[in-house]
Design a protein. Structure first.
Length: 409
């Protein structure tokens, strides 16, 4: 199902689970009681304010939620991040354009190759470079493989957050390893793949790489069918996700939400279709859309997007031409783009990833700014959690798909 609607009946919510105070690192519980006032102005009970985190399990990074609970219902939620701040943008303004390329790998460290592409696209706009056709195909292939492993792991993490300890996540990581093997043989690294260059790619495909990639892509539909059969109609998953964490279409647009989260709310917007960057206009693929905007829709959108990525990959692996992988005008040493500004953006697995650059003609960017989807998509977390019980909060957060490396930059 694509360019259509995810149809399901709302299932009952989960049974209440008692909230447990989270440690703040000192070993002491972090919670406070505040008085809850009645409409007449009197006191009718207490709100429990809990700091959920910071910890790594179940929050996907060093991240904290300050939650106010009325019993077990969320009445207020503030996402708190900034613990991982790495000064990425200021560092980039003090180093060369090429010197910043490895830093992009560390933003969304699950998706280093798409990070490379978005940054390369911005610099290529500044410098007027055009990658050769073979390099464009390699970029599409690596980007869609990245989307596959990101969405596969997101589903595994989501089920882990839901309490399905071990099995779904291990199934996901088993398939991810096959894609990481491809990345390692191409770039020399499994996760921090410093591979893209301005005007093309760092090196050509090694011997036998295309055949190995075709085998991985050819076997992936069987794994997706298995994942889909085990999970999509599982009664626990349905009860924990349907009608939970609804993000309305209007709020998704107003808040600038992008990627699978936005499309799960019914917004037909995919930068691969809108901008047609690279050579995406050569591929036939559909854009899956949701109708309810809940956690189940966000799960299902990722599953359907992987099937479309497989269609793109099969075509790209079949049609990739021979030829050079770098623009002949590209310079590695003494690279100084002409003065100006450019914004390069792509449809990263988590949403719109953009780099805004200002050049003054020097070897370093005068200004360097990243538009990361994880940061923007977190801004509506409170809206999705209000009225739900505390046990749902972790599941809703898991459906957002965040990596704190790009939220804190």
């Amino acid at each position: 199902m694509s360019e259509g609607v995810i149809d399901h009946d709302l299932a009952a919510g989960v049974s209440p689970v008692s909230p447990v105070p989270q440690p703040d690192g000192s070993g002491q519980p972090t919670y406070t009681l505040t008085h809850k006032t009645s409409p007449a102005g009197g006191t009718e009970g207490d709100l429990l304010e809990v700091a959920m985190g910071p910890q790594h399990p179940s929050t996907h990074g060093v991240f904290r939620m300050d939650v106010a609970l009325d019993g077990e219902r969320v009445v207020k939620l503030k996402p708190v991040f900034g613990y991982l701040h790495r000064n990425h943008e200021k560092i980039a303004e003090g180093t060369t354009y090429l010197g910043s390329m490895p830093y992009t790998d560390r933003l969304d460290y699950f998706c280093s190759l798409t990070n490379n592409w978005a940054y390369a696209l911005a610099v290529e706009k500044l410098a007027g470079l055009q990658p050769p056709e073979r390099a464009e195909y390699i970029r599409v292939i690596t980007a869609e493989l990245t989307r596959l492993q990101n969405h596969t792991c997101l589903i595994g993490f989501l089920l882990q957050d839901m309490g399905a300890s071990g099995t779904p996540l291990m199934y996901a990581f088993r398939e991810r390893e096959k894609i990481l093997d491809l990345f390692e043989s191409l770039t020399g690294s499994r996760m921090m793949c410093n591979y893209m260059r301005f005007g093309g790619c760092r090196c050509d495909l090694p011997p036998g790489w295309l055949e190995q990639a075709k085998q991985v892509v050819g076997n992936y539909p069987r794994f997706l069918d298995e994942f889909d059969r085990f999970l999509s109609e599982n009664e626990i998953l349905l009860a924990r996700t349907q009608g939970v964490g609804v993000l309305s279409r209007g709020l998704a647009v107003d808040a600038g939400i992008t990627g699978p989260m936005q499309r799960a709310s019914g917004v037909n917007y995919d930068i691969r279709k809108v901008d047609k960057y690279g050579i995406y206009d050569r591929f036939q693929f559909r854009v899956p859309l949701g109708e309810h905007g809940d956690t189940y829709d966000r799960y299902m959108i990722r599953l359907l997007e992987m099937r479309e990525s497989l269609n793109i990959l099969q075509t790209a692996l079949r049609d990739i031409p021979t030829g050079p992988i770098m623009d002949a005008k590209a310079k590695i040493r003494g690279f100084r783009p002409k003065p100006g500004e450019a914004y390069g953006r792509i449809e990263a697995p988590k949403g719109e990833l953009g780099f805004y650059l200002i050049s003054d003609g020097g070897p370093n960017p005068y200004r360097y700014r990243v538009r990361p989807p994880s940061l923007i998509n977190l801004t509506v977390l409170e809206d999705m959690c209000l009225g739900h019980i505390v046990a749902d909060v972790v599941v809703i957060l898991g459906s957002v798909d965040i990596v704190l490396g790009e939220a804190d930059r």
